[in-house]
Structure formats: structure tokens, C-alpha cells
Design a protein around this ligand. Structure first.
Ligand SMILES: *Cc1c(COP(=O)(O)O)cnc(C)c1O
Length: 462
């Protein structure tokens, strides 16, 4: 019996894996999930513990797709291709620094953990489009980081064009160059004369323009795509395998710097599949909506506050609905009701019993700006290892859990200014960044205006 995909809001007829990946956001406004979660028994966990990363990815993902929909031989090719470009043979090495275990997720082409998922997503998109026909126009707005990982995931892929909007002169020079020096014909950078919020608004307007959306087959690459979650599940199993040497009784905790709840949801999925997870430590910066949920049972949105860890500056966590679905005993009607309530009132509250159930696995902590800097500084002083500010939030949140594996979500060189503020000098420049500022680049500069952007897309694709 192969896995089929349903929506958290119950309004989508069961889909295959390929349909779920191509759909992204469920058409009823919910998020897609497998109807049942595949279970991995102890003997198999032990076998998996010795697999190289790409092979482990094959074993995990094939549980979520039928052989007819995605033959294992093809999946194997796609997985090897997706992770071959990482700078380390382990793909996501688990290193010990001082007494701390750090899972380095930043060895992909843009030095951020999002590469793990977006490299695979690009390959899956290309494969399904070639097989089933059609094309895709990926459209997104970025404040810096997601855009470059998406561009590097989609560059050069047949059947796909990608348009990424960033605020003109409001991203760091390195971030700007990571995007605009990608010269593949299918990559289209647009700097808008406006803010990140303007970019988001324009993208939203274009997705709401149903005729345009249909004609150009607009697709999103935000963290709601199921394939991104699955790809991220792999490194939880991988890290456990490294640490446990396959002993199925060895339980492990993970500390996860969290924004949209995608990465930590992947950890939850691994737990539900049977990975012996002790605790999931949910680390937020002062944008603490998720921390408050796990501490108080209240999920209420507020104003986004800028921090040193900007990729975690969120107001509403786009993947949280997936967790809510399981917390509410897989009752889509309840999820729908609560999401409507959130839309109307800006807040939802869950019963005490649910909060206690969540607390059996999750512990949450919000980390202040001062604590983040202090963590970066003290870690550097005692070990010589430079944490990026996002990773530092996770390390700080795991203070009471010295055995927890801390996920390192970005290379410190991506956040040089914050590193400089913490330790007094910039981090070492990684090879991927050498000469970046001198390379040729291509980017259109346009007004922050929906019609202008629409015209640009139409003209570019004509
Ligand atoms: C996106 C991002 C996060 C947050 O991950 P979510 O899946 O959104 O919770 C954390 N750190 C870095 C560096 C990121 O880019």
C-alpha cells in the first residue's frame, strides 16, 4: 500500500507523491501530509546507521512514494545528483566541538541548510516535468537567504524559470552577489525599489491573479513543499546513525533554530517514523510566537522584530499547521476551525491536555539578542569555533541539554557583521565566497509595482 497525500484541512482528494510535490500548497489552503506515516522498525534503523547520506535519502524517500510514481532507480540518481555538490563527502557532517555536538548543515552551494532541501526539490521538479510534460515558473520574494538557495536549486533546470524579487540595496553585498552572479538563462533576479514586504505583497498579488497564475504555471518554493520536509528528515536519521552506531535504544535530542517550523517538523516526522528522539528543543529569537505556544498553549501573532538571526524573524510559522494537525488527532475539521479563528482574531489557544502532550517531546526557549552575541563570543573563546547567529540561538536554547545535537543552519561567513559584533573580527571567507564580489552579475531593477513585475515576467518569457 503506497502513501497517499491529504490536506490538513481535508479538502483535497488523495494525491500521489509527484502530485503533492507539484501542488506545493494544498488547493484548500491547507498543507499536504501523507495519509499515514511510514514506520521504521529497529532492525532497519540499525541498517540505515551505516549508509552514506544520499543512500539514506533514497531509503527514506522511497517510503513516501510508490515505485510506479517514482522508481527507486530514478530516485537514486536524483539523490546522488542533489548531494554531490556539497563540499563535504558526509554532506551534513556531525562534528564535536568542545563538549558539544554540532550537525553542520551548511556545506551546500549557498552555505545554508536550505540547500539540502532545495537541491533535491529542483531535481524532483525537473524530473516530474520531463516525465509528465509542462513547465513551471517559480516566483518568490526574499530578504536575502532563501532566494539564493532557491536560485541554486533551480538553475539550469529544463522546464523551469525562476524569478526572485529582493529589495534593491537592502540585502548584504554577499547575499546580493550569491543571487545575481548566477547567469543561467532560466534565472531572473529582480531588485525592486522597495522593501521585502513590498516584494511579498507583489508575489501574493501575482499568485492571486488566477488567470496569470494558470497561464504561467506559477509555483512557490517556500518551506511548505512536502519534498523539502522529507529531504530535511534525512539528516536527523543520519546524525542519529553517526552517534548511536545503530543502537536502537540510544535516544538523541536535537536543538533546532526555528522560524517557519519546517526544519523542526522534519525532526518531528523522523520521531513519528520511529527514530529514537528524546527531545526536540525549539529555539527561537525574540520573535517568540512558537516558544509561547509550547510554553503557554497560546499561538498569537504580533509584529516582526528584526534580529541578528533574520532567517528566524517570522510572525506566523507556515509549517506549524502540519504539527497542529497531529496534535489535534488528525481531525481536519478542527484544524480548519482553528486556522479560521487565527485568521479572524490573530490568536488560537489549545487545551491544557494538548499542551501537556506537546511538552512531552518539545521544549521551547526564546533567546535574546544579548544572549545570542554572548553565546557566539563564549563559544569562540572556549573552542575557537565560530557559530553563526542562528546556530548560536540553538546552542543557547540547548544549555540545559549538554548531550543534544545542535543543528548548524548557516555558515558564519553569511552573517559576517553579526560575527564581527560578537567576536571582534569577520569569520574566515569560505572558498565558495572567494571572488564573489568581482564576478559578472545580472539583475533587473524595477519599481515595487505588481503590474511592472508582471510585465517583466511576460516579456522575459515571451
Ligand atoms: C530558514 C532558516 C532557519 C529556520 O528554519 P525553519 O524551517 O523556517 O524553521 C534557521 N536558520 C537559518 C540559517 C535559516 O536560513
Amino acid at each position: 500500500m503506497s502513501v497517499r497525500y491529504i490536506s490538513t484541512r481535508g479538502g483535497v482528494a488523495p494525491l500521489s507523491f509527484s502530485q503533492a510535490v507539484m501542488m506545493g500548497l494544498a488547493t484548500d489552503g491547507g498543507l499536504l501530509l501523507p495519509e499515514t506515516i511510514p514506520q521504521v522498525e529497529a532492525a532497519r534503523l540499525t541498517q540505515w546507521a551505516t549508509l552514506p547520506f544520499a543512500e539514506l535519502a533514497v531509503e527514506i524517500i522511497r517510503l513516501f512514494a510508490s515505485e510506479a510514481d517514482l522508481p527507486t532507480a530514478d530516485l537514486r540518481t536524483l539523490c546522488h545528483r542533489s548531494f554531490a555538490g556539497f563540499a563535504r563527502p558526509e554532506v551534513t557532517p556531525l562534528v564535536q566541538v568542545g563538549g558539544r555536538r554540532i550537525l553542520e548543515l551548511f556545506h551546500g552551494p549557498t552555505l545554508a541548510f536550505k540547500d539540502v532541501a532545495l537541491q533535491l526539490l529542483g531535481n524532483l521538479f525537473e524530473y516530474f516535468l520531463a516525465r509528465d510534460g509542462g513547465f513551471l515558473t517559480v516566483l518568490g520574494a526574499t530578504s536575502g537567504d532563501t532566494g539564493s538557495a532557491a536560485i541554486h536549486g533551480m538553475r539550469g533546470r529544463a522546464g523551469i524559470h525562476i524569478f526572485i524579487l529582493h529589495p534593491h540595496q537592502r540585502v548584504s553585498p554577499v547575499q546580493e552577489r550569491q543571487m545575481t552572479t548566477v547567469l543561467d538563462a532560466n534565472v531572473h533576479n529582480v531588485a525592486i525599489r522597495g522593501s521585502f514586504d513590498d516584494g511579498q505583497r507583489i508575489v501574493k498579488n501575482l499568485f492571486n491573479d488566477l488567470a496569470f497564475r494558470e497561464q504561467y504555471q506559477l509555483g512557490a518554493i517556500n518551506s511548505i513543499n512536502w519534498a523539502r520536509i522529507l529531504a530535511q528528515t534525512v539528516y536527523y536519521f543520519f546524525a542519529w546513525g553517526q552517534l548511536s552506531a545503530g543502537n536502537p535504544h540510544r535516544r538523541v535530542s536535537f536543538s533546532v533554530p526555528t522560524g517557519n517550523f519546517g526544519d523542526i517538523f522534519a525532526g518531528y516526522l523522523a520521531y513519528r517514523m520511529g527514530l529514537p528522539v528524546e527531545r526536540l528543543i525549539l529555539a527561537t529569537n525574540r520573535n517568540d510566537i512558537l516558544t509561547r505556544f509550547f510554553q503557554e498553549g497560546l499561538y498569537g501573532t504580533g509584529q516582526v522584530q528584526p534580529t541578528l538571526s533574520p532567517s528566524m524573524d517570522i510572525q506566523r510559522a507556515s509549517n506549524f499547521e502540519r504539527y497542529l494537525y497531529y496534535l489535534l488527532d488528525e481531525e481536519a475539521a478542527q484544524v480548519t476551525r482553528l486556522m479560521a479563528e487565527l485568521e479572524e482574531t490573530g490568536r488560537i489557544v489549545v487545551a491544557q491536555s494538548k499542551r501537556e502532550a506537546a511538552a512531552a517531546l518539545f521544549v521551547a526557549r526564546a533567546v535574546s539578542e544579548e544572549e545570542t552575541l554572548e553565546q557566539m563570543r563564549s563559544f569562540y573563546q572556549s573552542t575557537g569555533y565560530v557559530l553563526d547567529p542562528h546556530t548560536a540561538v540553538g546552542v543557547k536554547a540547548a544549555e540545559a541539554y549538554p548531550d543534544a545535537i545542535c543543528l548548524a543552519t548557516a555558515h558564519p561567513a553569511k552573517f559576517g557583521a553579526a560575527v564581527c559584533q560578537a567576536i571582534g573580527h569577520e569569520p574566515e571567507v569560505p572558498p565558495a565566497f572567494l571572488g564573489l564580489l568581482d564576478r559578472p552579475s545580472r539583475c533587473a531593477v524595477l519599481a515595487a509595482d505588481t503590474d511592472e513585475i508582471k510585465k517583466h515576467i511576460v516579456a522575459t518569457l515571451a
